[in-house]
Design a protein around this ligand. Structure first.
Ligand code: AMP
Length: 307
């Protein structure tokens, strides 16, 4: 069974959308990635850090999804990473209200010994030096390294981010961030420039407008499922990344053709994530529901024009 190593924040989030408001709830990039990847047949582990204010029940939830949490350090007397966001009416734009790094500020990641030979490494959103340190600890070259990041790290750690980007095969990034990283407005030009920075595959996420996968001069588009209700887009990008990397790990195939399927899986899982606040929907989601929606994705884009 393939091994997927996940790095990223395990966090408290406070979210406000036009549909309501939550106090500190379970969040974090690695949490969403782990929950999403748990729908695949693989062995996964999270490397992260929390304070001792982090409830045991959240850790138990990850364990119940068969995620190895031995790489999640618990800092005595420390406070867990905290993020707070406010969404506007269209839900496509959000303001970050608070980012408190807390225990993340001096985090030295430790990859569990039995994951130093992981096949797929999913570097979720977190300080680029932590992402690099995880790659340094690998004892076998992973088949695929996927990196997700955000504007926060472009603003405060760009040189370190560019260093780690050089070492990855796939980058997943949203449209605004792709523009910021490349300095290009056109997403095609942005993807070409980002490929020159290192990653051979560039996935640009466009929220409710789907996702694009670029490789050399080829491009593939996966739509987002038009949904009746979207309550909270938090974690959609990470859930997408978990679906993408989880599917690749399960299928043991890193070809461009298979990556097309992986971005459909990522979009599929992300479409569930946004239906409720925080991780709520991902906690109750069943494999049967995922399979039904996959069929909807297929029907959404199938047509019969003869060329
Ligand atoms: P997404 O909506 O996919 O961009 O991810 C939202 C998640 O990312 C939240 O659960 C946050 O805890 C986490 N997050 C927010 N800001 C950061 C940051 N600067 N670094 C790492 N994780 C973050």
């Amino acid at each position: 069974m393939n091994k997927l190593l996940i790095v990223g924040t395990v966090a408290f989030d406070a979210i406000e959308t036009p549909f309501g408001k939550t106090d500190k709830i379970l969040g974090g990039a690695a949490t969403y990635i782990g929950l999403s990847a748990s729908f695949f047949n693989l062995q996964s582990a999270i490397v992260s850090v929390v304070g001792d204010d982090f409830p045991q029940e959240h850790l138990d939830l990850l364990t119940s999804k068969n995620i190895d949490i031995s790489g999640i350090e618990i800092v005595k007397g420390g406070k867990t990473f905290f993020w707070s966001g406010l969404y506007h009416n269209d839900l496509n734009s959000r303001d970050t209200l608070v980012t408190e790094l807390n225990v993340l500020a001096d985090f030295q990641p430790k990859v569990p010994q039995n994951f130093k030979d992981a096949d797929i490494v999913m570097l979720g959103n977190l300080h680029p030096l932590v992402q690099s340190s995880v790659l340094d600890q690998m004892e076998k070259k992973p088949k695929l390294v996927v990196l997700d990041t955000m504007n926060f790290w472009m603003d405060c750690a760009l040189p370190e981010l560019l260093e780690v980007i050089k070492r990855v095969d796939v980058i997943t990034i949203n449209d605004e961030e792709a523009r910021q990283l490349s300095g290009e407005y056109s997403l095609v030009k942005a993807a070409n420039k980002i490929q020159e920075l290192g990653p051979k595959y560039v996935v640009i996420k466009k929220g409710e407008h789907g996702a694009l996968l670029f490789h050399n001069r080829e491009v593939f588009f996966a739509p987002a499922l038009p949904l009746e209700d979207v309550f909270d887009p938090t974690g959609a990008g990470d859930t997408f990344a978990g679906g993408f990397s989880g599917f690749i790990a399960q299928s043991e195939n890193i070809s461009f053709g298979n990556m097309k399927n992986a971005i459909i899986y990522g979009s599929n899982l992300a479409s569930f994530c946004v239906e409720k606040f925080g991780t709520e929907r991902m906690q109750t989601l069943s494999k049967a529901e995922v399979a039904i929606r996959l069929q909807q994705f297929k029907s959404l884009t199938q047509f019969d024009i003869e060329i």
